[in-house]
Design a protein around this ligand. Structure first.
Ligand SMILES: [Zn+2]
Length: 223
């Protein structure tokens, strides 16, 4: 997971928010009326996805934009689930570009006491790079060393509930990390730094793990 700048609120969101939020609040908070069937946030999938070339903000796998179903089709996830926070149903700052696998098959409506690590956190200290590191040997995502108890719990809940070490993400991350190191090593020493900067600046699958790899390569004097 890496930090994503969500960008400013697109035109039209506030209109939908005014018109439809109350229905969700009535249903989930007041027990009035049935579950609303408006889902206009799906119209903004492109506004979210363009920031990362449709790479899922949670698992960092490339979404398949031609697919409307299946695990890698892109969806708009509510970071704080609507069932718990219906007032945020049409809040741009609560929307995450997520593959269906992360949103519907793993995270679902779960919301742990500590919440999740927010890929779009405003505060620098709350951003994913402060919560996670990656084991280069195993390819697993892990909580950063030395986190205080609540933050450790938040990191672990994020890994667990989003299934970030499940085979269907772990395997591809592991493969990507190995390939990234091999690509760096193949370059002349003078070109490695530019290559690494290029990867870190691009929307790239598993770029979050690249930060850990780059730190190790710097420590070892490889770049
Ligand atoms: Zn995902």
């Amino acid at each position: 997971m890496r930090w994503i700048m969500r960008g400013s609120v697109p035109v039209g969101v506030s209109g939908y928010a005014k018109q439809f939020t109350q229905g969700w609040v009535n249903h989930f908070k007041k027990g009035i009326g049935g579950r609303p069937n408006d889902h206009y946030w799906t119209q903004y999938r492109k506004d979210l996805g363009k920031h990362t070339h449709y790479i899922c903000w949670y698992c960092e796998r490339q979404c398949d934009c031609k697919a409307e179903s299946g695990g890698l089709s892109p969806t708009v996830d509510h970071f704080r689930p609507i069932s718990r926070c219906p007032s945020l149903a049409y809040d741009w700052n609560n929307w995450i570009l997520s593959c269906r696998r992360c949103n519907e098959q793993n995270k679902q409506n779960k919301w742990p006491d500590t919440g999740y690590v927010d890929p779009c956190a405003d505060q620098i200290t709350e951003r994913p790079e402060n919560y996670f590191s990656y084991d280069e040997i195993s390819g697993r995502i892990e909580p950063e060393d030395g986190l205080p108890p609540d933050e450790l719990k938040k990191a672990n809940s994020t890994i667990e509930n989003l299934g970030l070490n499940k085979l269907d993400v772990w395997y591809y991350r592991f493969d990507w990390m190995r390939g990234f190191v091999a690509d760096v090593m193949e370059l002349p020493h003078s070109e490695r730094r530019n290559f690494v900067s290029f990867i870190l600046e691009q929307p790239s699958e598993f770029a979050g793990s690249a930060i850990t790899v780059v730190q190790r390569l710097q420590r070892d004097g490889i770049i």
